[in-house]
Design a protein around this ligand. Structure first.
Ligand SMILES: *Cc1c(COP(=O)(O)O)cnc(C)c1O
Length: 357
């Protein structure tokens, strides 16, 4: 096999040495021994990083955790407002429809933050939920989720897709005004793929505990996960867990906590600016409107995105992503997650991206 490329896609990120080493170590059983304590440490560490208590860690991806959020907060027929922020906003629309929810889709111009007035209007006509992407990975826009959540009254369950924001943006679940923030292991948290995370606020936890009906999913029933976590000291979850992946994630989340989220966010924002300005100097204008650029993914317009991605791959061995959804065929996307989120790698990418040799 030829050497795999250096990943600078918006996730997964390349793994750090400590995570790689853990993934190559003998498997730990998912019950007994040290495992319950390690699991509790991971729940605490992820909670400390995201600003919540008792996050749920489910084998699966971010999308599985989004499905879980919908299973636990809504019943078929209920109305939800969903800003269509791009590829992943459209996925929320699809997912809500798959749950037989009555979706009020709010269009969002490409590159702009979600406009508050149309969302307020839609909510004022009566809704059970608001589902919104925090960082839309197809456009690189950070959306004003706290301001949007503030438009929703206490009866409206708010779900935030923080899959491309957690670990790289200022995000505190208990302060945000959301019920559940959903994320995943393989993006801003620098872990291996395969773990979906649901971070509940106090309000979200209370809403899930109080729901009158049984959950329509066995696997995703968060009351079952809560019951095991709180009451089973030997096996604090209902299914087999990917223990090595979770231990690798714990190592990286602890590292993030050592740096501290505000400092981590500051560094990543500076790195994103370096990448964005470098691409702009090469003629690739940022897709996001000024002031709404995300920290973990830089999206820039490109006349020939395939040519650019191929140049970067062949000259520097770096894999970047191409446009998706509203930016498909018209942009490149650079992920600043994992071990390659460094100035050195961004500079290497920019040098290779230049059209002249
Ligand atoms: C990556 C991503 C997803 C999908 O996550 P999976 O882990 O692949 O299921 C959903 N939403 C956003 C914003 C993402 O960036």
């Amino acid at each position: 096999m030829t050497d795999p490329p250096e990943l600078m896609i918006p996730g997964p990120g390349a793994l750090h040495d400590d995570a790689l080493e853990i993934l190559g170590s003998p498997l730990l059983a998912h019950y007994g021994g040290d495992w319950p304590r390690i699991h509790a440490d991971l729940v605490d560490a992820v909670g400390a990083l995201l600003g919540c208590t008792g996050p749920y860690l489910l084998p699966g991806t971010g999308s599985a955790a989004l499905d879980a959020a919908l299973f636990n907060l809504f019943e078929p027929g209920q109305r939800v407002v969903v800003p269509d922020t791009g590829y992943f906003g459209a996925r929320l629309v699809d997912m809500a429809r798959a749950h037989r929810l009555d979706v009020v889709r709010v269009p969002v111009p490409v590159g702009d933050p979600v406009p508050l007035d149309p969302v307020a209007d839609a909510l004022s006509r009566g809704a059970h939920g608001l589902l919104c992407v925090h960082v839309e990975t197809s456009t690189g826009v950070r959306h004003p989720v706290a301001a949007l959540a503030a438009l929703a009254g206490p009866d409206v369950a708010v779900v935030v897709d923080g899959i491309a924001s957690a670990g790289g943006e200022a995000l505190n679940v208990d302060d945000l005004g959301a019920d559940l923030v959903v994320t995943a292991s393989q993006k801003g948290l620098d872990g291996p793929p395969g773990i979906g995370i649901l971070a509940p606020s106090a309000r979200g936890r209370a809403r899930i505990a109080a729901r009158p009906d049984a959950c329509r999913s066995w696997y995703f029933d968060l009351r079952r996960w809560e019951e095991h976590r709180v009451h089973d000291p030997v096996e604090p979850h209902p299914v087999t867990m990917p223990t090595t992946a979770l231990i690798a994630l714990l190592t990286r989340v602890r590292e993030a906590l050592r740096t501290g989220l505000p400092e981590r966010v500051r560094r990543r924002a500076a790195l994103a600016r370096r990448c964005r300005e470098g691409l702009a100097r090469l003629g690739h204008r940022p897709v996001p409107a000024d002031g709404h650029e995300a920290n973990l993914v830089v999206v820039a317009w490109a006349a020939d995105p395939d040519g650019l991605a191929d140049r970067v791959l062949h000259r520097a061995g770096i894999m970047v992503a191409r446009g998706l959804g509203p930016t498909e065929g018209r942009a490149v996307r650079v992920g600043l997650v994992g071990r390659n989120a460094t100035e050195r790698m961004v500079d290497r990418l920019l040098l290779a991206a230049a059209d002249c040799q």
